[in-house]
Design a binder for this molecule. Sequence first.
Ligand code: FAD
Length: 494
Amino acid sequence: EAVVHWYKRDLRLHDNRALSLASAKAKEKGVPLICTFIVSPQDYQAHYTSPARVDFELRTLAIIKEDLAKLDIPLYVETREERRTIPDHIVGLCQKWGAKHLYCNIEYEVDELRREASMTRKCLDAGINFTAVHDDVVVAPGKLRTGTGNQYAVYSPWFRSWIAHIHSNPELLDPFDPPGQNPSSARQRFNDIFRMPIPAAPENKKLTDEERKRFEHLWPAGEHEASQRLEKFLGQKVAEYKDARNLPAANSTACISVHHSAGTLAARTSVRRARDLNGTKKLDAGNEGVKTWISEVAWRDFYKHVLAHWPYVCMHKPFKYEYANIEWEYNDEHFERWCKGQTGYPIVDAGMRQLLHSGWMHNRLRMITASFLAKDLLLDWRLGEAHFMTHLIDGDFASNNGGWGFSASTGVDPQPYFRVFNPLLQSEKFDPAGDYIRKWVPELSAVAGKAVHDPYGRGAAEEAERKGYPRVVVEHKGARERALARYKEGIGRE
Ligand code: FAD
């Protein structure tokens, strides 16, 4: 006999609900716990998962394997090409290991929910107790309702309700115990699994050697790293977060999204640690920086609630379905210039190049670059959504889709479509000294003063030209008018 924990995007030992339950069940039954993770190249392909992210997951699995081995718990990792075979395969593994109990944490995207539903049926047929639990979010989807009993589509009232719910159920922030020691006989019984190496990345998701070194350096993997990052951020930076979080040059955010997204850190742990630092049980009291940071972590929950309630957002459909009729431009050259950071708008280009280099982009820049694609270039936001996923190390469907919906005005946000970001004003406001631009757009590193925001318009044309920095791909003023007209027409169409 045995109990199995099926790892997905919950890549940690600590504060992991399903893993903790699995370990308790194994202890109760006096049988060993086995953990498994299935690498699915088709899943990676279908979800546009970036090679950097795949690499991060595999590096994390190697760490988990070691940590589990110290507890005599084996981690079985296998690559399965066809993702539709995964449920049967996991059932087969449980049967092979004589496991009567299978645990996992729920993922809320449509494909994943369907997979879990089919697992339920298959496990029932096979006589296996299948337990899938809420863990990825602090508050489970469906718990928060508007006065009329509906899912919130607006963040602020949802957030008040989220806070109130946690205040009434403070145990939601309590940590789950890490797994305990397996019976020592597990070593011998699963000797083969202990010796199995972590598989290499699938061919279509391989990094070059240079990239691997770069990402390893920028984003060390695993939960120990995640918890150090969290403590360092809370100890040194969170107090300034409210004022500095929008300034990309200040490097003032936690840079922890890859950990929330891969599950090397639970959102619950982050909120709990921030709350404890504040010295109050209230999430909306105490230090302004801490409060603001908690409210940002809550956005992650919000978008998962939206996705769970309106699953059509997983199917390439805009949340506001009347926005499906907007007629987008088809311009490969413009799209390519955006992807490569060659739009001639320094702030946009800096963001896009940060993404290509580091697999991460500051939130303000995600908003600026996304708005630029959907509004100034009037290109279908789904192209940008996919491009982000293919490069982000923290790629997360709900947050990415939510962020794109916000920026393209097609999502849950009540902000009207006619609020269009002006890239120059954004640049002057959020990168006032131009340091972020100079870091990521080396052609402009010698441009002094305000000209860095608009080299051709503000007297640095010669330098920009000499360094090969492009002129603007579209004029903002005209592009804005075009976008407003096209959005209006699209929404009005039957
Ligand atoms: P901090 O500012 O330190 O915030 C702490 C944590 O809160 C983050 O790690 C993250 O888990 C969560 N968070 C913060 N802001 C948001 C937000 N707006 N939406 C959801 N969660 C948030 N975030 C992702 O994790 N994955 C994505 O694929 C993703 N795509 C995005 C696409 C667009 C167009 C936009 C506008 C935003 C996107 N975000 C995404 C949200 C946000 O930009 C990142 O979470 C944030 O920049 C991560 O940096 P950090 O860890 O330093 O954040």
